[in-house]
Design a protein around this ligand. Sequence first.
Ligand SMILES: Cc1ncc(C[n+]2csc(CCOP(=O)(O)OP(=O)(O)O)c2C)c(N)n1
Length: 320
Amino acid sequence: MEEVDIKVLFDIYKKMNLIRKFEQKAIQLYWEGINRGALHTYIGEEAVAVGVCSALRKGDYISSTHRGHGHCLAMNGDPNLMLAELLGKENGYCRGRGGSMHIADLDLGILGANGIVGGGIPMAVGAAMALDYQEKSNVVACFFGDGATSTGAFHEALNLASIWNLPILFICENNFYAISTCVTNAIAIQDLANRAKAYGMTSQIVDGNDAIQVYQETKKARDIAISGNGPVFLECKTYRTEGHWVADPQIYRDRKEVEEWRKKCPIEALKNKILQKDVSKKKLLESIEKEVEQIILQAEKFAKESPEPNPKDVQKFVLV
Ligand SMILES: Cc1ncc(C[n+]2csc(CCOP(=O)(O)OP(=O)(O)O)c2C)c(N)n1
């Protein structure tokens, strides 16, 4: 497979670190009692969002999930506005009214997070239909979890995307759990990529903890989709190393299993790969890590210093 440009690798490394540090900060602010909403972190899955979004081009879209911070940051979402939104501040992405599960930025191609499991999938198909109708050379990358593949919306959307030959990449983040239910207790097949075969769709299993592999497979999938050869389904096998949500006691899984996956940390894996090729890049990687820490500190300051919404505006932006 084609070598990945070193600048792309540094950018991937930076964004993966940004997601990890953003989520750690969000957890800290939750336990400080100032991040009051639900919080589903993306820790452990960073290679999927960043690998996929780094292979997208201007004009492409993504649809996201309840676990959407990683997708948003991978698409260059603004950490200041995201953290302000989490703290319910007026300067946040949704003026503090939406919280973690409603962050969107249409200018960046982010169609929005979604608290309805599987809810983003038909929306993504609609966006792909629009791109097709407008004869644009763009695609939609549609993120969803293993649990979402058992919703009716998933099956209807895949079928439509396939019969209409739409430019869409279905990115299944198989992290093996839907809240506390292990995938083996919920789905009768081992590889979820096989679900796409039922709709006559090209599919591929990817190591979701290997950012380079995710990036390369997404590039290939995107080429297929924009050349009119229909949707592609990528099953990225990965793991969330934190709870389903921030206060999840995680009594449904063995700590040893979590520890085994922590050893496969996608950020450490990428760092090791870069250093194996060229050990002299250590300092540069460390400077990226420091830069990311500063970005997060700045976002925290921005969010904390942002004004609260005025209680008089409680009905503002309420449409129904
Ligand atoms: C339609 C719907 N049913 C149930 C829920 C409650 N719920 C929230 S997250 C979740 C599990 C989703 O699992 P998965 O799709 O694998 O995503 P993951 O959380 O693992 O990223 C469920 C059942 C919901 N939000 N929406």
